[in-house]
Design a protein around this ligand. Structure first.
Ligand code: BGC
Ligand code: BGC
Length: 612
């Protein structure tokens, strides 16, 4: 007995040893306390390490920390070393080839080793838009877009989803996600409506901060902790006409009451970075707004992380490039997403400092903020990919969480004669519509590519496949995109809506169903088959004119890779709980329409949602 215990103990020790050996990094901190600089010694408090490192840095090394280059813009990996780059990003769809988890991790480690080959060995921080799962990586779990997450009303579930995403991101080495987007979209014509959790500040606060906690974990530097980045500060969802990158024309009180609460909550929960918005506030570009970036965010709200600009966002400021850099950094930006002209950015910024147009104290503050986060994240101690998470990418466990998100995000808008839930034993179900069997369409933008695309773009289950998986063996499932062939079926499930888009490419003045969708609906309707409508879309669409032809309507938003969650609701394995995160307009002329408006009379109000 005793020897058995001893043997078990020895085995345990060996296993622990093996685990710690597996985690060896190519970069080792010397243990000789006399020669080891303070900044390299994790025993010292973060602020002391920052001071020590800052005191050793040249101006060029500081400026490099403030530059973020796109991976495709690098001449080669040595650019990281030559220019002391502090950060790299992948833009939407910017992936290594082949697009496999291992290739991502290898790429990350190569970039990191270039950074660790510099004089001071300051690790890079790599950012990516993991905005509904690790969506640039083929085979990753794709979660519903935020508009659907808002409908779950379930912060715990959203936190769990963000945790799973953080594990998948960690498995590719990447340190930082440009999310959550906590925009409060006030006008559904905006192409980024689906990126926000919903039209009220409460959703940005409650659901947004849950996502921050999920990404960062209990603390930066903890297991599979990635840096979160709430975006886009401030007022991105409030632009007139819902124009992407447009102008938010509201007084300060309105700006604060609608668009600021999400940031206050995220800062309380320790968000380490914030991205500034392309948009303007009353005609002034946010990228140059000293009052909001410095006085409000860093002063009043006490934000101690760093501010990053949006993609070439400073280029949109008035004046030449030097004045863009001067205005944005003096306004309070700490890191600039350049993303391609980093050589020019670095030399111009150096000149501006030498000409005293940007004070060294501002540079030091920016670099201090960036380094503080890098130290907190443990990047100096663990700079390379933790490959123990690589196998979690697209795992069954994560897909199960995503499926739960899908179930809870679906909103049942109509259910005449209790046609839902459907029986699994019907003789025949006819499935129709362009979004019924299209993984790309159900994932939407920011999936594998920036804009997203139709078709079999990654690994997942379409809604049609999920229906086929769910019905009993005696049930026949027929399918046509155009709705033909429905006659004689017990029920038709028609899945229509939007096709993928991102950012300004999704701005619309018309949210009516497309003529293709109307035709499919008419074909099914002419057959006399009762219709269940599943709308796959990044926002409410105008369905008033056709409302009467449906027995039931489910708003499924952009559910992502786990279509099974839709079938769970259709067939009653899950009784719907989702509540509208947006007021559902009855007509285009009602937009913008938001809860609390005078004369509020939407087709379905904010918070609406039926159950069985
Ligand atoms: C978007 C950001 C995104 C960035 C990096 C920009 O165009 O506005 O939301 O994080 O690109 O891809
Ligand atoms: C990138 C996106 C970025 C966009 C900005 C695209 O090429 O892939 O990440 O948001 O440009 O315009």
């Amino acid at each position: 007995m005793r020897s058995k215990l001893t043997a078990a103990f020895i085995l345990l020790l060996m296993a622990l040893l093996a685990i710690s050996c597996k985690k060896t990094t190519k970069y080792t901190v010397t243990n000789d306390d006399d020669s080891q600089p303070i900044y390299q010694n994790p025993a010292y408090p973060v602020e002391e390490r920052v001071d020590d490192l800052l005191s050793r840095m040249t101006l060029d090394e500081k400026i490099g920390q403030m530059a973020q280059a796109e991976r495709n813009a690098l001449g080669n990996e040595n650019d990281i070393k030559t220019y002391f780059l502090g950060s790299i990003l992948s833009g939407g769809g910017s992936a290594p080839s082949p697009n496999t988890p291992a290739a991502w991790a290898d790429m990350y480690d190569r970039f990191q080793s270039a950074a660790l080959n510099t004089r001071l060995k300051i690790p890079i921080i790599y950012g990516i838009d993991a905005v509904h799962g690790h969506n640039n990586v083929y085979g990753a779990t794709i979660f519903p877009h935020n508009i659907g997450m808002g409908c779950t009303g379930n912060p715990d579930l959203v936190e769990q989803a963000a945790r799973a995403t953080a594990e998948e991101v960690s498995g590719t080495g990447i340190d930082w996600t440009f999310g959550p987007c906590i925009a409060v979209p006030r006008d559904e014509r905006w192409g980024r409506t689906y990126e926000g959790f919903g039209e009220t500040p409460e959703l940005a606060e409650q659901i947004g901060s849950a996502a921050v906690r999920g990404f960062q974990g209990n603390a930066l530097g903890g297991p599979a902790s990635i840096l979160a980045c709430t975006k886009h500060f401030l007022g991105d969802g409030g632009t007139t006409g819902g124009h992407d990158q447009g102008n938010t024309e509201v007084d300060e009180q309105t700006l604060r009451s609608i668009h600021l609460p999400g940031y206050i909550a995220a800062i309380q929960d320790g968000v380490g970075s914030i991205m500034v918005s392309f948009s303007s506030w009353n005609g002034q570009k946010m990228h140059g707004n000293h009052y909001l970036l410095t006085d409000v965010l860093k002063g009043e709200l006490g934000f101690e992380g760093f501010l990053i600009s949006d993609w070439s966002g400073i280029d949109q400021l008035p004046g030449d490039y030097a004045s863009d850099i001067e205005a944005s950094i003096n306004a309070g930006l700490d890191m600039i997403m350049v993303p391609t002209r980093f050589i020019e950015f670095i030399s111009t910024l150096r000149n501006l400092v030498n000409q005293n147009r940007i004070p060294v104290s501002r540079i030091d503050d920016a670099v201090r903020r960036i380094l503080r986060i890098k130290f907190k994240m443990g990047l100096f101690e663990n700079p390379y990919t933790d490959r123990s998470y690589t196998g979690s990418i697209g795992s069954a466990e994560h897909r199960q969480i995503a499926r739960e998100c899908v179930r809870q995000s679906l909103v049942l808008l109509k259910n005449d004669n209790q046609i839902l839930p459907l029986s699994k034993n019907l003789a025949r179900i006819h499935v129709a519509g362009k979004n019924a069997n299209d993984l790309g369409n159900q994932c939407g933008g920011w999936t594998i590519s920036w804009q997203g695309s139709s078709g079999n773009i990654t690994v997942g289950t379409t809604i049609l496949q999920a229906i086929q998986n769910t019905v009993s063996s005696g049930t026949q499932v027929t399918y046509s995109i155009d709705g033909n062939g429905a006659a004689g079926a017990d029920v038709a499930v028609v899945v229509v809506g939007e096709t993928p888009y991102a950012e300004g490419a999704g701005d619309r003045s018309n949210l009516n169903l497309s003529s293709e969708d109307v035709t499919a609906l008419a074909n099914v309707n002419n057959s006399g088959t009762p219709i269940v409508l599943i709308l796959v879309s990044g926002r409410p669409m105008i369905i008033t004119p056709v409302l009467g032809i449906f027995e039931a309507i489910i708003a499924a938003w952009l559910p992502g890779s786990e279509g099974q969650g839709v079938a769970d609701v259709l067939f009653g394995d899950y009784s719907p709980t989702g509540k509208l995160s947006h007021s559902w307009p009855a007509a285009m002329s009602q937009i913008p329409i938001n809860v609390g408006d005078p004369g509020y009379n939407p087709l379905f109000p904010y918070g609406y949602g039926l159950s069985y």
